[in-house]
Design a protein around this ligand. Structure first.
Ligand code: C2E
Ligand code: MG
Ligand code: MG
Ligand code: MG
Length: 287
C-alpha cells in the first residue's frame, strides 16, 4: 500500500517528455545549462534495518531534467558528464544538496552518496569534510559508494583520498559487489567499511541456487572482514523474508521504497517516524 501511495512521487514511472528518442550525446554547454538551472538534482532511496524494520538512512541518486528530453537516469548522462570533465562539479553538487537536505530532515539518518574513480583523482577528501562541516553533519553519518568495477586504482591520489576520508570517520562502500573485480588482496588492504550486494543476485534469489550461495558467501566475507552489509534491489515481501535471517544489516529496494523526490522523502520519513512512535508506545504499554 505504502509503495502504491508513493508511486506517484517516485521517478521510476516518470515518462520522458514527448516521445523523443534520447540524445545520443549531451554537449558540455547543455550540461552546464542544466547545472545552472537546477535541472540536476537528487532523488533519495530509503534504507531499512532488516532486524528492526526501521528506516536508517538514504542513498542519494542523481537525476537530470533535460530541456528537450525530460527526465534522464544517471546511466543516460554520467558518461557524458565524465567526458565533459564535469564529474567533480557533479559530485560536489550532489553531495552539497544531499548533506544539506538530510541534515535538515533528521538528526540521525545516514546518507550514502555515489562516487567514481575520476572524483578520487582530485583532492576531494577535504572538500567532503568541508561540506559536512558547513551543514554541521557528522562525518560518521556519511558513506561514499564506489562500484566494484571502479575500485581498482592504485594511484597515490586515489589511495590518499580514501585513507583521508576514512580517517575522518566517513564510511566507504563497495557498490554492486559481485559484478566487478575487486581482489581479496584489495579487500584486505583498502579501507572499505561496507559491502553492497548487487541487485542482479537478489532479483531471482528465491529460486536461483547459485545466487543464494553467492549471496551467503558475500555476507560471510563481509562479516569476517568486519564490514557492514547492504542488500540492494529487494523488490517484494518474499525476497525480504528470505534474506532477513541471512544476516545482512540493511535493505534497500522497491519493496521498502523506490527513490523519492525530496518532498516525497519528507512525507515518507514523517510517516515512518509516526509509525515508530506508535510502535514504541505499544511496547511501553506491554512492559
Ligand atoms: P547504484 O548506486 O547501484 O544505485 C541503485 C540503482 O538501482 C538506482 O538506479 C535505483 O533506482 C535502482 N534500484 C533501487 N532499488 C531497486 C529495485 O528494487 N529494483 C530495481 N530493478 N532497481 C532498483 P539509478 O538511480 O538509475 O542509478 C543507477 C546508477 O547510477 C547507480 O547505481 C550509481 O552507480 C549511478 N549513480 C547514481 N547517482 C550517482 C552520482 O551522484 N554519482 C555517480 N558517480 N554515480 C551515480
Ligand atoms: Mg550506489
Ligand atoms: Mg548498486
Ligand atoms: Mg549500480
Amino acid at each position: 500500500l505504502q509503495l502504491r501511495q508513493l508511486m506517484s512521487d517516485a521517478d521510476e514511472i516518470t515518462v520522458n517528455k514527448a516521445d523523443k528518442t534520447l540524445p545520443t550525446s549531451l554537449s558540455k554547454e547543455t550540461i552546464l545549462e542544466c547545472f545552472s538551472q537546477g535541472r540536476i538534482f537528487n532523488y533519495y532511496q530509503p534504507q531499512f534495518d532488516f532486524k528492526t524494520g526501521l528506516m536508517t538512512g538514504v542513498e542519494a541518486l542523481v537525476r537530470m531534467d533535460h530541456p528537450d528530453y525530460g527526465r534522464l537516469s544517471p546511466d543516460q548522462f554520467l558518461d557524458q558528464v565524465n567526458a565533459s570533465g564535469l564529474m567533480n562539479d557533479l559530485f560536489e553538487t550532489v553531495l552539497d544538496k544531499a548533506v544539506k537536505a538530510i541534515a535538515k530532515l533528521s538528526p540521525t539518518l545516514n546518507l550514502s552518496v555515489n562516487i567514481c574513480q575520476s572524483n578520487l583523482q582530485h583532492q576531494i577528501a577535504d572538500r567532503v569534510i568541508d561540506i559536512c562541516k558547513k551543514y554541521h553533519f557528522s562525518t560518521s553519518r556519511l558513506t561514499l559508494e564506489l562500484t566494484e568495477s571502479d575500485v581498482y586504482n592504485n594511484s597515490i591520489t586515489s589511495l590518499a583520498n580514501l585513507a583521508r576520508l576514512r580517517m575522518h570517520g566517513i564510511g566507504l562502500s563497495i557498490d554492486d559487489f559481485g559484478t566487478g573485480y575487486a581482489s581479496l588482496n584489495q579487500l584486505s588492504k583498502l579501507p572499505f567499511t561496507e559491502l553492497k550486494v548487487d541487485r542482479s543476485f537478489v532479483s531471482d534469489i528465491i529460486y536461483n541456487y547459485k545466487h543464494q550461495q553467492l549471496t551467503k558467501m558475500s555476507l560471510s566475507l563481509a562479516q569476517s572482514l568486519g564490514m557492514h552489509c547492504v542488500i540492494e534491489g529487494v523488490e517484494d515481501a518474499e525476497t525480504w523474508e528470505y534474506l532477513k535471517p541471512m544476516g545482512a544489516e540493511t535493505c534497500q529496494g522497491y519493496y521498502t521504497s523506490p527513490p523519492l523526490s525530496i518532498s516525497a522523502l519528507q512525507d515518507f520519513y514523517q510517516r515512518n517516524r509516526e509509525h515508530e512512535l506508535v510502535a514504541s508506545d505499544g511496547d511501553d504499554d506491554v512492559n
